[in-house]
Design a protein around this ligand. Structure first.
Ligand SMILES: [Zn+2]
Length: 428
């Protein structure tokens, strides 16, 4: 019931309506925080009375960041005990494994509904339509060399294909079976789906069925991989990702951008490039402002698809090493290296970050105090190179660049937006 109710609720909402989406997000956030305060000893202790002041997602900043180490250490106090430990689950996780979140049935149903709603937006209706899923698992013994490399789950209207067997010499058997099954949509692991697509393209096979869409569970898919799959199946490919239970739910829109689904939580980005995740459907083990390892950065633009859910991207190294001057065009990293050399003594490590056409941030590592004279000198130097019509901000950070998990390197050019956002440089 939880699944259907939430799916129905999601279908009635409008992703393009900022006000109502934010109102919903704030509501869910308050409900999660209230729940955590009532049932979790850890959050009562850490957040205390501050919790009452949180009304909106933007207020979360008032609460402390929860480091993953602390989260793991105190997970027993974080768990709300509205869920019982699953039978057979180990008391302590195996070495090197993170302790699992205990989630309630409703948590899991809502998570599934959110993913299914995404697929529905692209024309695929789970349970109603025939679904072929490429999946890692030992439901087909790894050593099996012939016979069926798939299994049916009748009540889910789904055929599972063993991803281990999406390799030669099994490919032709898998493709033949897929053609006989005639799925309405395909989802699962990109490597397996890609291998099938290559086989179909290489052998110029014509398929007997037409899927509405293909959903690959990945954050990154190269243009050539996408084309390979689209050519084989004649439909569009959409990415989605919820890598672990501590990862944000991201999904690709028709414009090809990855959106964070703000109906499932709050994603915050700190100036240091850290990513903080609050997830709503974690009533069993509330996850609030957890500093996660996944590296994402916000793309500040209105997506052409119209959704107000935030667009994110991986902090990839810049394609070409340059920053943009408002009036003088590109400034290559060579110039910035000379700036760094000049101030080597006072500031051994520098990084230049550009988030908008008007402004550049200069980060100095290993200090949080910048003498006024040094600041003035750096700004003068930058203005000499980039022109007087831009803003320069000098900032310090305590961690050395090498220790930072975030973007490293001399320059970070965030003007290189993905997909179709290039025309908009606004950073509000
Ligand atoms: Zn979009």
């Amino acid at each position: 019931m939880g699944y259907y109710r939430f799916l129905h609720q999601l279908s009635g909402m409008d992703e393009k309506d900022r006000q109502s989406e934010e109102r919903y997000q704030d509501q869910e956030l308050r409900s999660l925080l209230r729940h955590a305060a009532e049932h979790s000893a850890f959050y009562r202790e850490v957040f205390g009375d501050d919790l009452a002041d949180i009304r909106f997602a933007g207020d979360l900043r008032q609460l402390p960041v929860i480091e993953e180490e602390l989260f793991n250490e105190r997970i027993d106090d974080i768990r709300t005990h509205i869920v019982r430990k699953k039978r057979g689950e180990a008391e302590s996780p195996e070495r090197g494994q993170l302790p699992r979140l205990w989630l309630s049935n409703l948590d899991l149903q809502k998570q599934t509904a959110a993913v299914d709603h995404f697929k529905k937006q692209h024309g695929a209706i789970n349970l109603d339509m025939k679904r072929a899923t490429f999946y890692h698992g030992d439901f087909v013994p790894l050593g099996q060399k012939e016979g069926a490399f798939w299994r049916d789950i009748y009540y889910l209207n789904q055929r599972l294909y063993s991803a281990h067997h999406c390799t030669e010499p099994f490919l032709s058997a898998v493709v033949r079976n897929l053609d006989g099954f005639r799925p309405d949509f395909i989802d699962g692991l990109p490597e397996a789906i890609l291998a099938i697509a290559r086989f179909i393209n290489d052998h110029r096979l014509l398929l007997d069925f037409q899927v509405v869409a293909i959903f690959v569970e990945t954050e990154l898919l190269s243009e050539s991989e996408r084309l390979e799959i689209e050519n084989a199946f004649g439909c569009s490919v959409r990415r989605w990702s919820m890598k672990t239970e501590r990862s944000p739910f991201l999904s690709e829109c028709p414009a090809g951008n990855l959106h964070f689904n703000m109906r499932t939580g709050v994603l915050e980005f700190t100036e240091k490039g850290e990513v903080l995740l609050t997830r709503f459907h974690t009533k069993g083990t509330p996850l609030i402002r957890l500093k996660i390892k996944d590296q994402w950065m916000p793309v500040h633009c209105q997506c052409p698809c119209g959704s107000v859910h935030p667009v994110v991207r991986k902090p990839l190294k810049p394609v070409s090493a340059f920053l943009q001057s408002r009036s003088r065009g590109r400034v290559t990293s060579l110039y910035l290296a000379t700036v760094q050399e000049k101030f080597q003594k006072a500031a051994p490590s520098m990084q230049f970050v550009q988030n908008s056409l008007d402004a550049i941030e200069i980060w100095l590592s290993g200090t949080d105090f910048i003498p006024a004279e040094l600041e003035q000198n750096i700004i003068r130097e930058m203005a000499g190179i980039f022109g007087e019509d831009m803003n320069f901000t000098v900032r310090g950070r305590l961690n050395g660049a090498s220790e930072e998990p975030g973007p490293a390197g001399l320059i970070i050019n965030n003007l290189q937006f993905p997909q179709t956002c290039q025309s908009d440089y606004s950073t509000d």
